[in-house]
Structure formats: C-alpha cells, structure tokens
Design a protein around this ligand. Structure first.
Ligand code: PSU
Ligand code: MN
Length: 305
C-alpha cells in the first residue's frame, strides 16, 4: 500500500470503495490541455454528473500540493482548467511534479496508475494516446500504451483519433496482449467518427458482458487493461473524410512549428478545434459524456456479485 503522505482520496470515494460501490476514475489532462476554458470545466462537471446519474461515484484525478489526488472539489477543477502553469503529467513526470509540489493534470497513463493505487478499476476518458503517425522515425509512442499493458484498470474511450496511426496503435495493443472491444458495432471507432476503416478485434453489446470479460481477465491473472471503444453518438459525429483534411493540415502545421514530444497532442487538438470552427470540440464533449455513461454502467455491473 502506498503511503498516505502521497495519496489523498476524497472521503466520499474512500467510503464508496470501502463498501464495494462502483467508482469511475476521470483524467484531468483533458481539462487542462485538451479543451479550452470554460468548456473544459463545464464538461468536467457534467461528466461527473453523468457518472452519478448512472449509479457510480466519479473520481477525477490530478496531482496537487505534492499529493496524488483522487476526487477534486469544484475550486480545484476550476484551477486546473483556468491556469497557465499546470503540468501535463505522464508517468515519467510524476516524481518530479509531486516532489516539487507543482500543479499537475494527469494523462491516461498516470490517471490509470493513480486509480489503481486507490483500488479503482474503471476509467473514462475521451481518447487515448497511441502510436503517432511517423513513429517509425520519431519513436513517438504514448506512455498510455505501455501503462495499459501493465495496470489493471479498464479504459473507456471513443477509439483512437486519426492524429495517430490507428493501424499501428491496434498492432501495438495486440502485441501487448491488450484486448480491444468495441461497444455495439463491428467497426473500431475513430474518436470524432464512428468508423475508422479498421474492424474492431472484439465486439460486445452489453455493459454486463464487458464487466464479465474484465472480471475473467483479472481473475485468471492477466495483467493490464481492456480498451473499451465506445463510438461517438451518430448525431454528433464528424465523418472521417471530413476530419481527415483538418487533421492533415494540423499535422503539417505542427511540423512547420517543430512541435514534438508532450506538446504535440495538445497542439493538434487545439489546431483542429480552430480549423473546424468548434465542430471538433462539440464532438469531443459529446463523446466524453457518452463514455461517462457507459463507464458508469460497466462499473455498476462490475461490483455486482
Ligand atoms: N486525446 C484527446 N484528448 C486528450 C488527450 C488525448 O482527445 O486530452 C490527452 C490524454 O490525457 C492522453 C494524452 O493520455 O493526451 C496523451 O498524450 P501523449 O501522446 O503525450 O502521451
Ligand atoms: Mn508522445
């Protein structure tokens, strides 16, 4: 067990975990670096409400004042969403940001790790990091993927964004023994779009079936996540072909400005939102909310029996 000097779990979440109630972890990089203010805060609060409406307790995770915080109050959310000096914290950044007592927003990788330390098994996000286009020369592969291979927290996302190489990301997931299951359709979704052109390795149609699969995976001693891909609702999707031009433009812009490393994903999200006149942001908000509902439903099923 990690020392409580470093882990700060909100009392409501502590109580829920102690009594076997469903809890859903939520990340904070999406708030600090993935969406503009004030939509970021509004979305974070709405997502927490959707988790509650679906019967689970939300646990938004961040690093504040030298602690890994599980469950944030509205003032902390506001600060993360409306400050210039918030770190984007992946696994490698955790010891630095904790020891220097900096403000840290957690990515998929670090949120999973902290959720796992707290005993939370389900985590909802928008999109995961993956294998970037051109990774064969840049070697830019998100630490989200390495974390997913080793930490026993299931991830609900809307698939993989085509700022990444979707095919290579699926290959990486296969190599690392990470099951990829799409909810309710055969195609693997591409974040803004319901279809990526890749068939999903697995498909399940009920939250209870997904919970059963998670239970089996961990009971037979397999480590790591299951990636649950939840297609964006049809009324909010931006078709793949329509998105592609904006994504290509944004990738070229990143190249021209020599943006690399941890800055690339936030840069692309911001540029795409600008280029689409907010259409991509609206889609992003809709898909996160949709994921929150599914994640909570799975969490409810997972704690039964
Ligand atoms: N994709 C999004 N929104 C996000 C991110 C990804 O649509 O906010 C964030 C997540 O926190 C994810 C991180 O874990 O970007 C991946 O960053 P990197 O590729 O630097 O590991
Ligand atoms: Mn990277």
């Amino acid at each position: 067990m990690i020392s409580s000097d470093y882990l700060n779990i909100h009392p409501e979440i502590m109580e829920a975990l102690a009594n076997g109630k469903p809890v859903v972890a939520l990340e904070s990089t999406i708030i600090a670096h993935g969406m503009p203010y004030p939509q970021n805060i509004e979305t974070a609060l709405e997502v927490e409400n959707i988790v509650r409406e679906n019967g689970a307790v939300p646990a938004t995770i961040a690093i504040l004042e030298g602690k890994l915080c599980v469950g944030l109050n509205p003032a902390q959310l506001e600060m993360l969403g409306n400050s210039e000096d918030v770190w984007k914290v992946s696994i490698r950044d955790m010891p630095y940001v904790v020891s220097k007592k900096l403000k840290g927003a957690t990515t998929v990788a670090s949120t999973m790790r902290i959720a796992s330390l707290a005993g939370i098994r389900i985590f909802v996000t928008g999109g995961i990091g993956g294998v970037h286009r051109g990774a064969e020369t840049s070697m830019d592969i998100s630490a989200d993927l390495t974390e997913m291979a080793q930490t026993d927290v299931a991830v609900v996302s809307a698939g993989v964004k085509s700022i990444l190489d979707i095919g290579l990301t699926l290959e990486y997931l296969e190599t690392n023994g990470i099951p990829v299951v799409t909810f309710g359709q055969d195609d693997f979704p591409a974040f803004y779009s319901r279809s990526s052109g890749f068939k999903s390795p697995l498909r399940l149609d009920k939250p209870g079936d997904i919970a059963s699969m998670l239970r089996v995976k961990w009971q037979i001693g397999l480590k790591g996540t299951v990636l649950i891909a939840n297609p964006i609702p049809a009324e909010h999707e931006v078709p793949f072909s329509h998105m592609e031009a904006f994504i290509e433009d944004s990738l070229h812009e990143a190249d021209r400005q020599n943006i690399t490393g941890k800055k690339i994903t936030p840069f692309l999200l911001r540029t795409i939102a600008e280029k689409t006149g907010g259409e991509s942001l609206a889609a992003n908000i809709a898909l996160v909310k949709n994921n929150a509902a599914l994640g909570a439903q799975i969490a409810v099923k997972l704690v039964l029996d």
